[in-house]
Design a binder for this molecule. Structure first.
Ligand code: SAH
Ligand code: SF4
Ligand code: F3S
Length: 452
């Protein structure tokens, strides 16, 4: 007897961790509804989903050139379908189906749970099926239980963003902030813990705006949620991303002081060191307020690894503004940073402002990135000789087969050798590793002790 061939799904993900999380959920929904199996080989697939990002111009244009490339794939076998989800889909809606020509389904970040229905619709009507509405938190009530893939997992705790920074498209593509109920988040974490997940990253565009309703009508914040998760024995490490400086509260600083499971790492996007530019960006804090929060955080956790985001060349940014950004870098001594040249997003208030010449912004970006690389190298060098707790995720990709790889609390990858007979057993566990070498993107060390 031959088993019926299950349909296959290929997902290509662009953009942030929210999109990565959503891609996993798309696969879960389609597996449950129609038995789709995920594949890494598009030629084996019956359905391709592009989970798109529109944070910068190139991200958006990439989607359209990508779609062009799938025309032949679609023509090569009858019944093949193409779906586009994520932020470009959310923004473009019907227009995307019209412009692309070969798209069958368009869905948004908040309607991915309706994929099975949309697929049925397009198979019947042979017309594109489009749904990019924002039915708030409904999607989470329609998702299958999470499936762990290894010892680390993301859990979305809130959707959307209500900050409306003047340059940013996210509030328009993802909708306003909505928090998931506390018990729902905890249930998802527990289901993952039952599948041997040891590290949870709480996800949202602005996780410290978390206001989770409880069954008795109260509302709890991110610090409370972290404390609840820390009580789950087998969860050994908690991270969160992304948080906004304006809402980085005392309760969170306190959590870094008192909660050993909270990883000694923080990604806190600053964008600029100039108050004038921060004002034009509508970020809601000054450089001094940002620095003050970092100082207080370092007072409770001196070794914390700090990363950030910068936008370089915001309209009107002068040399003096940029020098203030460079000065802030020296003051905060970031371990890492993502830096981007400003990109006007249609429909955002900043898009009306006059842009700076490309050669100015490029030169600034280069200077900023060079300095960040140096600081990152110094941070890594300083780790040599220290012992870091590492959650082992897998065998190392670069080294021989008895090398393992995992991440330290500071978020850097650590590679280390271990006896062949122990390798399998240590994957998914915390171990202590003494750091012996620091390369630009990863550390190397020696196994000290296996912890748990
Ligand atoms: N919610 C997070 C970040 C979300 S987007 C926060 O505000 O901190 C990730 C990063 O993309 C931002 O921090 C910013 O540095 C960058 N970004 C967003 N919009 C941009 C634009 N229009 N041009 C260039 N970079 C942008
Ligand atoms: Fe965009 Fe600002 Fe919201 Fe971050 S906080 S997602 S930059 S609007
Ligand atoms: Fe991109 Fe949307 Fe994330 S615009 S960065 S995929 S929220």
């Amino acid at each position: 007897m031959t088993r019926a061939r299950m349909p296959k799904l290929y997902i290509k993900t662009f953009g942030c961790q929210m999109n990565e999380y959503d891609s996993g959920k798309m696969a879960d929904v389609l597996r449950e509804a129609e038995g789709y199996e995920r594949t890494e080989d598009p030629d084996a697939a019956d359905l391709i989903l592009l989970n798109t990002c529109s944070i910068r111009e190139k991200a958006q244009e990439k989607v359209f050139s990508e779609l062009g490339r799938w025309t032949e794939w679609k023509a090569a076998a009858p019944g093949r379908l193409i779906g586009v989800g994520g932020c470009v889909a959310s923004q473009e809606g019907e227009a995307l189906a019209k412009r692309a020509g070969n798209v069958d389904v368009v869905f948004g970040p908040q309607t991915l749970h309706r994929l099975p229905k949309l697929l049925k619709q397009t198979r019947t009507t042979h017309q594109p099926a489009v749904d990019v509405t924002f039915p708030e938190i409904e999607k989470f009530d329609h998702l299958p239980a999470p499936r762990a893939e290894g010892p680390t997992a993301f859990v979305s705790i809130m959707e959307g963003c209500s900050k409306y920074c003047s340059y940013c498209i996210v509030p328009y593509t993802r909708g306003e902030e909505v928090s998931r109920p506390l018990v729902d988040v905890l249930a998802e974490v527990e289901q993952l813990a039952d599948q041997d997940v040891r590290e949870i990253t709480l996800l949202g565009q602005n996780v410290n705006a978390y206001r989770g309703p409880t069954p008795d009508g109260e509302v709890v914040d991110l610090a409370f949620l972290i404390a609840c998760i820390a009580r789950i024995d087998t969860i050994g490490r908690i991270r969160f991303t992304t948080s906004h400086p304006a809402e980085f509260t005392d309760a969170l600083i306190e959590a870094y002081a008192t909660e050993p499971k909270l990883a000694g790492y923080l990604h806190l996007p600053v964008q600029s060191g100039s108050d004038r530019i921060l004002g034009m960006m509508k970020r809601g804090y000054t450089a001094a307020q940002y620095v003050e929060k970092i100082d207080r955080l370092r007072a409770v956790q001196p070794g914390i690894a700090l990363s950030t985001d910068f936008i370089v060349g915001f309209p009107g940014e002068t040399d003096a503004d940029f020098e203030q950004t460079m000065a802030l870098i020296e003051r905060c001594r970031f371990d890492a940073a993502f830096s981007f040249i400003y990109s006007a997003r249609p429909g955002t208030p900043a898009a009306r402002l006059r842009e700076l010449p490309a050669e100015v912004t490029k030169a600034r970006l280069e200077r900023l990135q060079t300095r960040i690389r140096e600081l990152g190298a110094t941070f890594a060098q300083d780790l040599i000789g220290t012992t870091q707790r590492v959650l082992v995720e897998r065998r190392s990709r670069r080294e021989s087969k008895n090398h393992l790889a995992g991440r330290a609390a500071c978020n850097r990858w650590v590679n280390f050798a271990c006896p062949a007979e122990d390798a399998e057993r240590l994957i998914g566990r915390f171990v202590d590793v003494e750091i012996t070498e620091a390369a630009p993107n990863s550390l190397r060390g020696q196994l000290a002790t296996a912890v748990a």
